[in-house]
Design a protein around this ligand. Structure first.
Ligand code: HEC
Length: 142
């Protein structure tokens, strides 16, 4: 764990074309650690989701997901459960979904996604929120 945490800033500094670098430089040390942990925990998500653009994969694109109505991206593969869930993605709903997708959206086709416990899910949501908001701004003002 500590080795991975020590490497995370390095990985983040090398970057991946996203807004991470800019976001990190605006954060306090404690928040930067949270952000880096969240980024590390998000790695498995990107085989099924696009965070930077609007490409659909196995799952809907997550660019701009923060504040978006659940099940409302231009993605044909949503479950009926997600389409008709009727809430928006905020810190609370993301935390709940990422800890236990099927509990928040019974019948969702997304299975458990990785974070274990409150500290991990908090970091993951912190990361998603920051990147998603930066990407939304970029998509609005390219
Ligand atoms: C194996 C593929 C897969 C992985 C890995 C995965 N997801 Fe998903 N995700 C999906 C699918 C499929 C859906 C659509 C579920 C539905 O319609 O019920 C989804 C839906 C979502 C949604 C709702 C989006 C919307 O438009 O309403 C969020 C948020 C989300 N995933 C976040 C994540 C995060 C964060 C991770 C990593 C921790 C992750 N997912 C990992 C397949 C995946």
């Amino acid at each position: 764990m500590s080795v991975i945490l020590a490497l995370a800033p390095l990985v983040a500094a090398v970057g991946c074309g996203g807004p991470e670098r800019e976001i990190r430089s605006s954060l306090s040390n404690a928040d930067r650690q949270r952000f880096d942990l969240g980024q590390r925990l998000s790695t498995p998500c990107w085989s099924c989701h696009d965070l930077y653009g609007q490409q659909n994969k196995v799952g809907p694109y997550l660019a701009g997901v923060y504040g978006r109505k659940a099940g409302s991206a231009n993605f044909p593969g949503y479950s009926q459960a997600m389409r008709s869930s009727g809430f928006s993605w905020d810190e609370r709903s993301l935390r709940s979904f990422l800890l236990d997708p099927n509990r928040l959206v019974p019948g969702t086709t997304m299975v458990a996604s990785g974070p274990r416990g409150p500290a991990e899910v908090d970091a993951l949501v912190f990361y998603l929120k920051h990147v998603s908001q930066a990407v939304s701004r970029k998509l609005r003002n390219p």
